[in-house]
Design a protein around this ligand. Structure first.
Ligand SMILES: [Zn+2]
Length: 139
């Protein structure tokens, strides 16, 4: 095989280049990411604009299962929270308060999920996380 560092010919069994001493063992293949982004950065972006970015990443990312999981979790979490906020806003008197609570929950989840995704963690919300995993598997 040829050394990837200096190009000189080496025996197939050699682990290090006889010319430059470079490592000849082939590095483990990087996980393929359709978006070309690092998994953790793409994971964070899944949550950035709530369910909208979740949906976008679900549609464009076909290889990276971690990113697809975050995208699906974002879509389900913020999709349902958005629907809840719209629904409760029609309730007289307490609608505004309920909407405010749902908005606050959204905000806290948004921060937590972005931090967890950026740290590379496959952070699963209770119930929604399992639902997201099942949906990913079903696609
Ligand atoms: Zn070499």
């Amino acid at each position: 095989m040829n050394c990837p560092h200096c190009g000189s010919e080496n025996p197939e069994t050699a682990k290090f280049c006889q010319n430059c001493g470079g490592n000849l063992t082939i590095p483990p293949e990087r996980r393929k990411e359709t978006t070309g982004l690092q998994s953790n950065v793409a994971g964070l972006l899944c949550y950035l604009l709530g369910w909208v970015t979740g949906l976008i990443f679900l549609l464009i990312e076909k290889e990276d299962q971690l990113v697809r999981f975050h995208a699906m979790q974002s879509l389900i979490t913020f999709g349902s929270l958005t629907l809840i906020i719209i629904a409760v806003s029609w309730i007289p008197l307490i609608g505004v308060a309920l909407g405010g609570i749902a908005g606050l929950v959204s905000f806290v989840l948004w921060i937590v999920l972005m931090v967890k995704a950026f740290s590379g963690e496959r952070y699963k919300l209770p119930v929604i996380g399992d639902l997201a995993e099942r949906q990913i598997g079903a696609i």
